[in-house]
Structures are given as structure tokens and as C-alpha cells.
Design a protein around this ligand. Structure first.
Ligand SMILES: [Zn+2]
Ligand SMILES: [Zn+2]
Length: 248
């Protein structure tokens, strides 16, 4: 139940991001997005390496067979490389401004499809986390939540840059939110698949942090943005300590 609640909040952030980019008047400075991307990247990286992968290795099914969950982590990583950057020919996080790259219809839809697939695993990761342990679910929720607003912003801006209406752009962000909810719902119904789903979604999350978000931050060539990645790691540490203090 709480998986659906927290996952729903994460999905809602997609829609807020979609409305933000399509709002007629500028609301808030766009650089806030870059700071959010950087904070989310640091938090996600720390969560994957320090919590989600160790927890996966420790699940009953995998105890003593440590390479199996790591193969699933690699598979999750490669799955997103395949759908966001092999099937789709143009995709990057942040505001889409390359109208010339989006002339062909399929470029737009494969990019949206890639994001929707990764958003599906955002939902899977949150639900799988809550299945294992309350604190793990909360940590994964915070980690994923931080990039959901920029994610909604990203898909809506792809549609805008390709010449679609703001209405269509908002619907794209609703679609990505729906993919998140679908991942949540399927995972909530299939508890038994947690030993597979948790490491697989860790690989997806690793891809999002290290290969979608970090390159976008580096492209800005501003040390301030990069520094926020380290703040994201510090925020992870503080969140973990706070959750430990509350539930012990
Ligand atoms: Zn572009
Ligand atoms: Zn995502």
C-alpha cells in the first residue's frame, strides 16, 4: 500500500515536470533542473552501490551465488542502453532543443518509449524496495523522486521541440507517469519476483544516474552543477542515518 502511495508521488512529479515546461509563462529558473539532476545523480549512485546492490546479494535466493544478481544488474544497465540509445537515435536528459534531430516521427516516439521503459523500472524499483524492507523502499523512493520532475520536463520538451502542441507534450508526461504506475502495480502483484526485479532495476537506475544524468551535468561545463553530485551523495548519507534513527 505504501509502495503505491510513494510511487504515486514519484509519478505525479513526472506530470508536474510536463506542466512546468509547457506553462505559457516561465516559472522558476531552468537552472533548478540542472541542480535537481545533479542532486538526483549523486543520491542514486550512492543508493545503488551502498544499499540496493548489497541488499540484492543478500536476498535468500542469491546467498552464496553472488554473481547471479550482478548479471541482472548488468542486464538492467544494457536494457536501457538498448532502448534509450540504440533503438532510439536521439535522447538525452534535460530540455530538448534539437528540433532538427526530431524531424522523423519515429525518432520522437522511440525516445519517449525509451523513457517510458525506464520509468516502468522506476516504479518496479520503488515497489521491490518496499517489499524487502520499509527503509529500503523509502530510500529508493527519495532517490528516484529527485529525477522524476526533470524526467517529465524532458519528455514534454521532446514533443514541444518536434512541433507538437503543449497539450500533446503534457500527455507525454502523463504517459511516463502511467508507465511508472504500471511498474508499481505489476511489482506489487508479483512479490515473488523481487530477487530478480530488485537487481534488474538497480542496473536500470545505475544507467539513469551514470549514463543519462551525469553526462547531462558535465555538458553544462559548470563546476557548481558537478559539485551538487557530491551533495547528492551527502544527502543520501544523511537520509539513511535519519531513517535509521527513526526506525530502530
Ligand atoms: Zn536533443
Ligand atoms: Zn526515471
Amino acid at each position: 500500500m505504501e509502495a503505491i502511495l510513494f510511487g504515486g508521488v514519484a509519478a505525479l512529479a513526472n506530470i508536474v515536470g510536463g506542466f512546468w515546461v509547457t506553462w505559457p509563462r516561465p516559472i522558476l529558473r531552468r537552472s533548478i533542473l540542472s541542480y535537481l539532476l545533479a542532486l538526483g545523480a549523486g543520491f542514486l549512485l550512492a543508493a545503488v552501490f551502498l544499499k540496493v546492490i548489497p541488499t540484492s546479494l543478500d536476498l535468500d535466493l542469491w546467498r552464496g551465488r553472488s554473481t547471479a544478481p550482478l548479471i541482472l544488474v548488468l542486464a538492467g544497465y544494457l536494457l536501457i542502453q538498448l532502448f534509450e540509445h540504440t533503438v532510439a537515435s536521439h535522447f538525452h536528459f534535460g530540455e530538448e532543443t534539437h528540433a532538427e534531430a526530431l524531424v522523423k516521427r519515429h525518432v520522437v516516439w522511440t525516445a519517449i518509449g525509451g523513457v517510458a521503459l525506464h520509468a516502468f523500472f522506476d516504479g518496479v524499483a520503488i515497489a521491490a524496495g518496499f517489499h524487502v524492507e520499509h527503509r529500503l523502499g523509502l530510500l529508493i523512493f527519495v532517490a528516484i523522486f529527485l529525477h522524476k520532475l526533470p524526467e517529465g520536463f524532458t519528455v514534454a520538451s521532446i514533443l514541444l521541440a518536434s512541433g507538437r502542441s503543449p497539450r500533446a507534450a503534457r500527455w507525454a508526461s502523463v504517459g511516463v507517469a502511467a508507465a511508472t504506475l504500471l511498474g508499481l502495480a505489476l511489482m506489487s502483484a508479483a512479490r515473488g519476483t523481487v530477487p530478480y526485479a530488485l537487481p534488474l532495476s538497480a542496473g536500470v537506475t545505475l544507467y539513469v544516474a551514470a549514463s543519462d544524468l551525469i553526462p547531462e551535468i558535465n555538458r553544462e561545463n559548470r563546476s557548481a552543477f558537478s559539485l551538487v553530485v557530491f551533495l547528492g551523495v551527502a544527502l543520501y548519507y544523511m537520509t539513511e542515518k535519519a531513517l535509521e534513527a527513526i526506525w530502530r
